[in-house]
Design a protein around this ligand. Structure first.
Ligand SMILES: *[C@@H]1O[C@H](CO)[C@@H](O)[C@H](O)[C@H]1NC(C)=O
Ligand SMILES: *[C@@H]1O[C@H](CO)[C@@H](O)[C@H](O)[C@H]1NC(C)=O
Length: 231
């Protein structure tokens, strides 16, 4: 009796492990700690760590696939492996060739909740791994704006960002464009997902008209007016 139940549970366990492997084996995540004993490296190890980093790479990907409405492999970029490097370098972070590089010095000097900041940076950079770029034709400011929009929607916008309504141009990039996209997405739930889907093969400002019925210039004017033309 016990043996029967035991083997039943064992098979159920093996079956569910197999299911987990077929849905999750698609992307491999590697963390490459390269910051030696620098101050930033020590702070990374003490306050963040490689285990949390790997978990965050996974959760960021899940969040991005959901937000972009990419439910199966055919909708997604083919990325078998993402490697995160913790380096001593300049700047904050960048993504290239399915690698994310984060500056340990930046983390070391960050005043405030460095784990939350690191998480937000990973959501931004991971968006670059998965988003479409209009075959290289999309404005750089839109690419960066979508990455910060994801960070915003994930709940990791830092306090130093511009407020809604601030900024000079819709494609200024980063927080300015993220706030504008947030406004557009409130007009039509799923707007950013649809925009990203259109950017798979090319880019045209007319995508805004096709999705929202107004030119991007008109939308920017409406957005600025909503917030009283704040600078
Ligand atoms: C952090 O501070 C160190 C000196 O303590 C400096 O060398 C480094 O450039 C700083 N990094 C950043 C990103 O500001
Ligand atoms: C962008 O779309 C507009 C309107 O559909 C079209 O007239 C224009 O030729 C397109 N531009 C490019 C570069 O494809």
């Amino acid at each position: 009796m016990f043996r029967l139940r035991h083997s039943f549970f064992l098979s159920a366990l093996l079956l569910s492990l197999a299911a987990i492997q077929t849905t999750q084996a698609a992307v491999e995540y590697v963390v490459n700690y390269n910051a030696g004993s620098s101050g930033g490296g020590v702070r990374f190890t003490n306050e963040i760590g490689t285990d949390y980093s790997r978990q965050t790479l996974t959760s960021a990907t899940d969040f991005i696939w959901k937000l972009f409405q990419q439910n199966n492999d055919a909708d997604r970029k083919n990325v078998p492996k993402v490697t995160l490097f913790i380096d001593n370098m300049d700047g904050v972070a960048y993504a290239v060739n399915n690698e994310i590089h984060v500056n340990a010095n930046y983390l070391g000097n960050y005043s405030g909740d460095v784990k939350r900041e690191f998480t937000g940076v990973l959501y931004h950079e991971m968006t670059h791994i998965w988003q479409w770029n209009g075959n290289g034709q999309a404005p750089g400011g839109l690419i960066e704006g979508i990455a910060d929009f994801v960070r915003l929607r994930a709940g990791y916008a830092p306090s130093h960002w511009v407020q809604p309504g601030q900024g000079d141009r819709w494609d200024q990039g980063y927080d300015v464009t993220a706030r504008f996209l947030d406004y557009c997405n409130d007009l039509m739930n799923g707007f950013v997902a649809e925009l990203n889907k259109k950017m798979r093969n090319g880019y045209n400002d007319s995508y805004f008209v096709e999705l929202l019925g107004k030119s991007v210039g008109q939308l920017w004017n409406d957005y600025k007016a909503k917030y009283g033309g704040k600078q």
